[in-house]
Write a protein that binds this ligand. Structure first.
Ligand code: SAH
Ligand code: SF4
Ligand code: F3S
Length: 437
């Protein structure tokens, strides 16, 4: 047999891309590729890209520039671009960077093996279709070895919400849910391979409709799998939080008390311009209902500052909702106009970049303070930790609490996959430390 070929995959963007990268590696595994951690000895380099903000998209071109030397040294090296930039820009990528051999969109990567055949014959390959066939059926079964205790599992793809700032409905297409029985089969295989926690993924995961009782129905079926200890899901839209899903947060023990539920802005005027179809008050009432079901819920969110037309008063409303919702974690971004989205047309309403930067700094300072206060309040409490891997210090193990805090313990007899109670003793900026309870 010939020596395996080496594939270097670099992943940008959201968890869905992390999942897709795993599946692309598996698909090319059938063509004799194994993963390498360095581009220097690769036979193929694949960038799995993100188009959400301008900076994310531009990173791809600067990264490609860095591979010029490698390609000059090894003309057989194949360079591919996958993911959302591939979908959005297609052939334009090959025009801008002629050394790119392959462009494949997020809905067509099950065709990678055939595309690789074309590359081997010295051709270029481009596929940004939204095919009829179900890529997950063609990709087939997942390998059983080499897995850690946690895994992502895509259950829904695409988005029909068309928030006026967002490229996702264009790069990922319309909402499609995978049938529940196939997801359950994949989950069972993951558990047989040692996985104890599964995070269900979707661009709009709570719009999942592949089960007659929606995402909650799917969660209750997964709850039946012996050996699966924890279920999470991300990302949700406030308008798709149905009663059954709210109730599951209170009654399904395997469903972890963490919810990423972006609101984007606290100003009703801006929410309307964003086409979010809910008000700040709707959102706060929704949080109240979820907290009534699960009082210790750790809430996380996303915010955009400097959306076209955002005034100081609108921004103050964002600071207010951030306080009122009581986020344990929140991510905030400066608005980035994206080609083809309605908000990008509003050039006359663009917020001065310095003003936007200053608002972002203020919001991030406030979020950091809130986060730190909630995290410090964990000291003295017991959490349940799923251990994942050794930490940086000798004898240290790290894992995640039910609230998704990184937790480390030292000198304890625990292995990856163990779930143990830990008494929290220290709070550092991005992690907690403690000892077995
Ligand atoms: N489907 C998810 C989010 C996908 S994108 C949801 O609906 O919540 C992740 C985050 O990127 C968004 O929540 C938003 O806060 C941010 N984002 C999306 N488009 C953006 C843009 N044009 N400029 C800045 N941030 C953006
Ligand atoms: Fe983008 Fe809005 Fe869809 Fe989220 S819900 S992916 S922000 S369009
Ligand atoms: Fe980025 Fe595409 Fe995910 S644009 S955030 S990689 S869906």
């Amino acid at each position: 047999m010939s020596a395996p070929k080496k594939l270097f995959i670099k992943t940008y963007g959201c968890q869905m891309n992390v999942y897709d990268s795993e599946r692309m590696l598996e698909a090319l595994g059938g063509k004799g590729y194994v993963e390498t951690q360095s581009p220097d000895d690769a036979d193929m380099i694949l960038l799995n890209t993100c188009h959400i903000r301008e900076k994310a998209a531009e990173k791809v071109y600067s990264e490609l520039g860095r591979y010029k030397g490698l390609k000059a040294e090894n003309p057989d090296l194949k360079i591919g671009v996958a993911g959302c930039v591939a979908q959005a820009e297609g052939e334009e990528i090959m025009r801008r960077q002629p050394m790119v051999d392959l462009v494949v969109g997020p809905q067509s990567y099950h065709r990678l093996p055939a595309m690789e055949d074309a590359l081997a014959q010295g051709q270029k390959a481009l596929d940004t279709d939204f095919p009829e066939e179900d890529k997950f059926e063609i990709l087939k079964r997942r390998p059983k070895s080499g897995r850690g205790p946690t895994a992502f599992l895509t259950v829904q793809e695409g988005c029909d919400k068309f928030c006026s700032f967002c490229v996702v409905p264009y790069t990922r297409g319309a909402e499609v849910s995978r049938p529940a029985d196939r997801i359950i089969r994949e989950a069972q295989e993951l558990v047989e391979a040692g996985v104890r926690e599964i995070t269900l993924l979707g661009q709009n995961v709570n719009a999942y409709n592949g089960h007659d009782r929606g995402l909650a129905g799917l969660i209750w079926e997964l709850d039946q799998i012996d050996g699966l200890a924890r279920i999470r899901f991300t990302t949700s839209h406030p308008n798709d939080m149905d009663d059954a899903l709210i109730e599951a947060h209170g009654t399904c023990e395997k469903l972890m008390p963490y919810l990423h539920l972006p609101v984007q802005s606290g100003s009703d005027r801006i929410l309307k311009a964003m086409n979010r179809k809910h008000t700040a008050e709707d959102y706060l009432r929704l949080i109240e209902r979820i907290r009534a079901a699960r009082p210790d819920l750790h809430l996380s969110g996303d915010f955009i500052v400097g959306f076209p037309g955002e005034t100081d008063a609108d921004f103050e409303d964002t600071l207010t909702i951030t306080r009122e919702a009581g986020y344990g974690t929140a991510f905030s971004f400066k608005y980035s106009p994206r080609p083809g989205t309605p908000a990008a047309e509003k050039t006359a309403k663009m917020v001065d970049p310095d003003v936007a930067s200053e608002r972002l700094q203020r919001l991030q300072d406030q979020i950091n303070t809130q986060q730190r206060t909630l995290q410090d309040a964990m000291v003295g409490r017991e959490v349940s930790v799923l251990f994942e891997k050794p930490g940086r210090l000798d004898g240290q193990m790290v894992g995640k609490s039910e609230y998704l805090h990184a937790v480390h313990v030292s000198g304890a007899d625990v292995a990856p996959g163990d779930i143990r109670k830990v008494l929290i003793e220290q709070s550092a900026p991005n992690s907690l430390g403690g000892s077995l309870a």
